[in-house]
Design a binder for this molecule. Structure first.
Ligand code: 0A1
Ligand code: ZN
Length: 869
C-alpha cells in the first residue's frame, strides 16, 4: 500500500551484508474472520560475513503491522527498548545470538495491494516477492537472509479445510470452536520472499512424478471448485518440465511434494515459492473450449518457468535485488529453451524477439532504461521488467551461443556445484561460466553494466572476385546516468545468399572449406571480417536467430529483402526479412505507400503463402504486418499520424489485393492443428479488413459453431472490429455463453477495446462499469485498460488527448488500491518524448497531474518522476 514515507533511492554500490541472520523462523498464523494474528519466533545470530566493529541495533522490516507484543529472549520488551517506525522496528540492544518473538495483527481482507497475506475469492494466499513478507511480520526481509521455516496455520475447518505452506506437512489436528491446524516444515533454507501460505476450500488434481534417482514426488494442483476439467494440461506441462530439467541440466526435484495453487487475483503471472507455487489462474486453467492455442502455450511456459526456478532461484538465490536477473534472466532463458523443444523452435524464437523489439527496446530508450543488473531503484517492484527478464535471457543466450550447448552445460554444472544453498550475484554466475570453459569475459560484463540498445551497422564490401569484407561498427546511445558506453561483445551469426537468391557456402579464410553459416564475434567498436565466396555478389543474412539483442542497420534494397524473405534457410531471418521490408516502408518519410511498394509486399506474401515447404504457423507470422508497438519501440522519433495511416493502408491493401487468396486459404485449410487454425484465422482477419459486410456471415458462423476457443475468439475479435451492423448481437451471444468463466470474460473485454473506432473510448469507459469488471482484479484491469492502452495504439494516442487523460484517471484510482499495477500502467507514458510536440504536451500534463497527488505511492512516484526528468 502507499505510505507516507519519503521515497528513498537504494544504490547497488551501497550493498553491505546484513549484520544479522535468522537461523530459524517459526511462525504461527491464526486466521480469524476480521483479522489474522501472526506470531513469529526468530532465532537470530550475527552474520559471520559481517566485519563491522560494533553490533548495531537490529532493524527489522515491517509495514502496516499492528504490534501486539514483543519479547526478547523470553522477556517482554519495554517501550524504551525498541522504536517502531512506519517501515521498521528497531531494537536497540541485542547480543550476538538471541531469540525474538513478536505478535502482530494484520488485515488480509482489506489488503488490495495483493502483496503480503490477502484474500482472493474466499481463500487466503500470499505474495512475498519482492518485499511483501514485511507486510506479514517483522523480519529481515532481504534475500540473502536464508532461514529454516516451520509454520503452523490455524483456521476454521469448514471454511478452510486446506491449510498449506512450504515443504512437508508434519502435524495436523483439531482445535475447539470448529477450528483445526496444520504444521509445515521446509527442510531447505530460504529467503522470506519464497514463503507462501494458502488457506481455503479447493479442488485438487493429483499426480506423481518419479525422479531420475527413482524418488516419487506427489504433485498437487489446487483450483477453485468446479475447475478440475481445466487442469490436465497444466499438470502435463509440470511433468514435462520436471523431465526436461533432468535431461537437459541434470536437475532433479528435491522435496517429496510439489503444490500449485491457482488464484484469480494476482499481480503477475505466477510465483515460485518453495514447494508451493501460487499462480494466476490465467496460467493454469486451460481446456480446448475455454483457452486459445496461445493460452496453452502460456500455461506451458509459465508452469515450466516456475518449476525451473526451483534450481535457478530457490536452491541458488539472489544476494540482493539488484541481482534479480541472476534468477530471472536465467530462468526465462531456460523456459524459452524448453518451449523451443516443445513447440516449433523458430516460431518460439520469433515470439521472443517480438517482445524484445516491442517492449524492451522501448524501455531501453526511455526514462526508465536500466542495465539488466540495475544500479539503483526506489521501489523494487518496478524492476520486474522486460529488461531484467527478457534482455537478461538474451544475455544468457549469448553465453550459450558463444560456448555452445556443451560448454554452457559445463558452466551450469559448475554454478550449481559451487553455489547450491547460497545467495549469490550475477558476477558469480559469469565467473562459473568463465572458469568452467577457461574464458576471460571481461568485456562481456558490459552487458550487465550498461543500459541501452546497441546499434550494429554493417556493410558488405567487394574487394575482389570471390573476396568480400563485412565491415561492422557498434554504438550505443546514452541512457539516463550513462553518457558514454563501452563496446559490447556481440556474437553475430551470419550466412549468405547469392545473386540468384540461393544460399551459398563461404569461408573466412582463402583456403578454408566452405561453410553454410558462421559465428563472428565482435569485441571492438569497429571490426571487419573477410568472407571468401565464389559468387558475383552476395546478400548477407545477418544476426541469424537474433544472435545479439541489438538494432541492426544494413542498407538492404527491397529486392534483397524480398530474396531473403523468399529463401533464407534460417527461418527466423526469413521472417525478419519480411518484417524489415515492411518496416522500412512504414517508417520512411513518405506520407503514403506507393503502388510499387505495395506490390513488392503482396508479391512477397504470395510467394510465402504458396511455399509448400513452410509450415502454417511460420506462414502466419510471415504475413503479419509489424505491430505498431514494435515500430514505435524500435525508433526514437515517430510521426504517429503518418504511421497509423500507412499501417492501415498496407493492411487494407493486403486484404483487398489478396482477397481471393485469403478466401481460398480460409476454405481449404483444415482447423486441425494450431498452425492451421492460426493461418485460417489470419486469412479471416484480412478478409474482414477487405470487406467486412461480405464476410460477416462467415465470421458469425465460425463464432457460433466453433468447438474451440481459438476459433471462437478469433471470430469474435473480427466481429467486434467490424463496422456496426450485427456486431452487438454476437458480442452479446458470446457474453451469454461465457459469463461464468472469468478468464473467458477477460478475452471478451479485450476483444471490444481494440476497435479502431473513434468512439471506442466511451465504450471502454462503459465497460469499467460492467458487472463483470472489477478495478481490484489485475486481470480485469489488464483486459480492459491494459489492452486499450497497449493494444489500441491509434485510439490511445488519439490527438484529443482523451486516451491519455483516461489512463491517468485509472492510475490515480489504482494508486491507492494497487500501486504495483498503477505503476505498471504509468510506464505506458514512458515513450512520450518520441512523439510530436502536441502529444508531448498532452502527456506531460497528465504526468504532472499524477505527480502532484497527495499520497502518491513510491511505485507510481518513481515512474512518473523519472518520466518527467
Ligand atoms: N518471481 C516471479 C514473478 C513475480 C515477481 C514479483 C511479484 O510480485 C511483486 C510476483 C511474481 C516469476 O518470475 O515468475
Ligand atoms: Zn521468474
Amino acid at each position: 500500500m502507499y505510505s507516507t514515507e519519503k521515497p528513498v533511492v537504494k544504490y547497488r554500490k551501497d550493498y553491505q551484508p546484513s549484520q544479522y541472520l535468522i537461523k530459524n523462523t517459526n511462525l504461527l498464523f491464526q486466521l480469524f474472520d476480521d483479522y489474522t494474528l501472526v506470531t513469529s519466533e526468530l532465532k537470530i545470530t550475527r552474520n559471520p560475513l559481517d566485519n563491522r566493529e560494533t553490533l548495531l541495533p537490529i532493524e527489522l522490516d515491517g509495514v502496516e503491522l499492528e504490534l501486539v507484543s514483543i519479547h526478547l529472549d523470553g522477556q517482554v520488551l519495554d517501550d524504551s527498548d525498541y522504536e517502531k517506525r512506519a517501515h521498521t522496528l528497531i531494537i536497540n540492544k541485542v547480543s550476538e545470538t538471541f531469540n525474538l518473538t513478536t505478535v502482530v495483527k494484520i488485515l488480509p481482507h482489506k489488503n488490495t495491494s495483493l502483496e503480503g497475506l490477502y484474500t482472493s475469492s474466499g481463500k487466503y494466499c500470499t505474495q512475498c516477492e519482492a518485499e511483501g513478507f514485511r507486510k506479514i511480520t517483522f523480519y529481515l526481509d532481504r534475500p540473502e537472509v536464508m532461514s529454516e521455516f516451520t509454520v503452523r496455520i490455524e483456521g476454521d475447518k469448514a471454511k478452510y479445510p486446506l491449510l498449506l505452506s512450504n515443504g512437508n506437512p508434519v502435524d495436523r489436528g483439531e482445535l475447539t470452536d470448529g477450528r483445526h491446524f496444520v504444521a509445515w516444515h521446509d527442510p531447505f533454507v530460504k529467503p522470506s520472499y519464497l514463503f507462501a501460505l494458502v488457506a481455503g476450500d479447493l479442488d485438487c488434481l493429483e499426480d506423481t512424478f518419479t525422479t531420475m534417482s527413482g524418488r516419487e514426488v506427489k504433485l498437487e494442483l489446487y483450483v477453485d471448485k468446479g475447475k478440475l476439467d481445466q487442469c490436465r494440461f497444466a499438470m502435463d506441462s509440470l511433468i514435462a518440465s520436471m523431465k526436461w530439467d533432468e535431461q537437459e541440466f541434470g536437475r532433479e526435484y528435491d522435496l517429496d511434494l510439489y503444490m500449485i495453487v491457482a488464484v484469480s487475483d494476482f499481480n503477475m503471472g505466477a510465483m515460485e515459492n518453495k514447494g508451493l507455487n501460487i499462480f494466476n489462474t490465467k496460467y493454469v486453467l486451460a481446456n480446448k473450449k475455454t483457452a486459445t492455442d496461445a493460452d496453452f502455450e502460456g500455461v506451458e511456459r509459465v508452469i515450466a518457468h516456475e518449476y525451473f526456478h526451483n534450481w535457478t532461484g530457490n536452491r541458488i538465490t539472489c544476494r540482493d535485488w539488484f541481482q534479480l536477473s541472476l534468477k530471472e534472466g536465467l530462468t526465462v532463458f531456460r523456459d524459452q529453451k524448453f518451449s523451443e523443444d516443445m513447440q516449433s523452435a523458430a516460431v518460439e524464437r520469433i515470439d521472443q524477439v517480438k517482445i524484445i523489439r516491442a517492449a524492451q527496446f522501448a524501455e531501453d530508450s526511455g526514462p526508465m532504461a536500466h542495465p539488466i543488473r540495475p544500479d539503483s531503484y526506489i521501489e523494487m517492484n518496478n524492476f520486474y521488467t522486460v529488461t531484467v527478464y527478457n534482455k537478461g535471457a538474451e544475455v544468457i543466450r549469448m553465453m550459450h551461443t558463444l560456448l555452445g550447448k556443451t560448454g554452457f552445460r559445463k558452466g551450469m554444472d559448475l554454478y550449481f556445484d559451487r553455489h547450491d544453498g547460497q545467495a549469490v550475484t550475477c558476477e558469480d554466475f559469469i565467473k562459473a561460466m568463465e572458469d568452467a570453459n577457461g574464458k576471460d569475459w571481461s568485456l562481456f560484463r558490459n552487458w550487465y553494466r550498461q543500459a541501452g540498445t546497441p546499434v550494429l551497422k554493417v556493410d558488405l564490401e567487394k574487394l575482389a572476385d570471390g573476396h568480400f569484407r563485412l565491415n561492422c561498427e557498434q554504438s550505443c546511445p546514452a541512457t539516463p546516468g550513462q553518457e558514454h558506453k563501452n563496446p559490447f561483445m556481440l556474437p553475430i551469426k551470419v550466412g549468405f545468399l547469392n545473386n540468384t537468391g540461393h544460399p551459398v557456402k563461404f569461408a573466412e579464410t582463402n583456403d578454408a572449406a566452405g561453410v553454410d553459416e558462421t559465428l563472428l564475434v565482435m569485441t571492438e567498436t569497429k571490426q571487419s571480417f573477410d568472407i571468401y565466396c565464389e559468387s558475383d555478389s552476395l546478400v548477407p543474412s545477418l544476426l541469424r536467430d537474433f544472435s545479439s539483442p541489438v538494432k541492426l542497420e544494413y542498407s538492404y534494397t527491397q529486392e534483397e529483402l524480398a530474396s531473403l524473405f523468399a529463401a533464407d534457410p534460417n527461418p527466423f531471418n526469413r521472417w525478419d526479412a519480411g518484417q524489415t521490408l515492411m518496416t522500412q516502408m512504414l517508417m520512411s518519410e513518405t506520407s503514403k505507400l506507393t503502388e510499387d511498394e505495395l506490390s513488392v509486399v503482396d508479391n512477397a506474401f504470395i510467394k510465402i503463402l504458396n511455399d509448400e515447404e513452410l509450415d502454417n504457423a511460420l506462414k502466419s507470422l510471415a504475413v503479419m504486418v509489424p505491430e505498431l508497438n514494435s515500430l514505435i519501440g524500435m525508433s526514437d522519433n515517430v510521426k504517429l499520424d503518418q504511421l497509423f495511416a500507412k499501417h492501415k493502408q498496407l493492411k487494407v491493401h493486403l486484404g483487398e489485393k489478396l482477397e481471393h487468396t485469403w478466401f481460398s486459404i480460409y476454405n481449404t485449410t483444415s482447423g486441425d492443428t494450431s498452425g492451421d487454425r492460426w493461418l485460417r484465422n489470419t486469412a479471416l482477419r484480412y478478409m474482414m479488413i477487405a470487406n467486412d459486410e461480405q464476410h460477416f456471415e462467415l465470421a458469425a458462423t465460425q463464432q457460433t459453431h466453433a468447438d474451440n476457443m481459438t476459433d471462437e475468439l478469433a471470430a469474435l475479435q473480427v466481429i467486434a472490429n467490424a463496422s456496426e451492423g450485427y456486431r452487438s448481437e454476437y458480442i452479446e451471444q458470446f457474453y451469454q455463453k461465457w459469463k461464468e468463466e472469468e478468464l473467458v470474460m477477460d478475452k471478451w473485454f479485450t476483444a471490444q477495446v481494440v476497435n479502431d473506432d473513434e468512439a471506442i473510448l466511451e465504450h471502454v469507459k462503459a465497460l469499467l462499469n460492467h458487472e463483470k469488471f472489477s478495478i481490484e482484479n489485475p486481470n480485469k484491469v489488464r483486459a480492459v485498460v491494459g489492452a486499450f492502452v497497449a493494444g489500441n495504439t491509434s485510439q490511445f494516442h488519439n490527438p484529443t488527448g482523451q486516451g491519455y487523460e483516461f489512463l491517468a484517471d485509472i492510475i490515480i484510482q489504482l494508486n491507492k488500491i494497487n500501486p504495483q499495477i498503477a505503476a505498471g500502467l504509468a510506464k505506458q507514458f514512458n515513450q512520450w518524448r518520441k512523439f510530436d510536440s502536441k502529444r508531448q504536451a498532452l502527456i506531460q500534463e497528465q504526468l504532472v497531474r499524477i505527480k502532484s497527488l497527495d499520497n502518491l505511492s513510491n511505485d507510481v512516484f518513481e515512474v512518473v518522476d523519472k518520466s518527467l526528468q
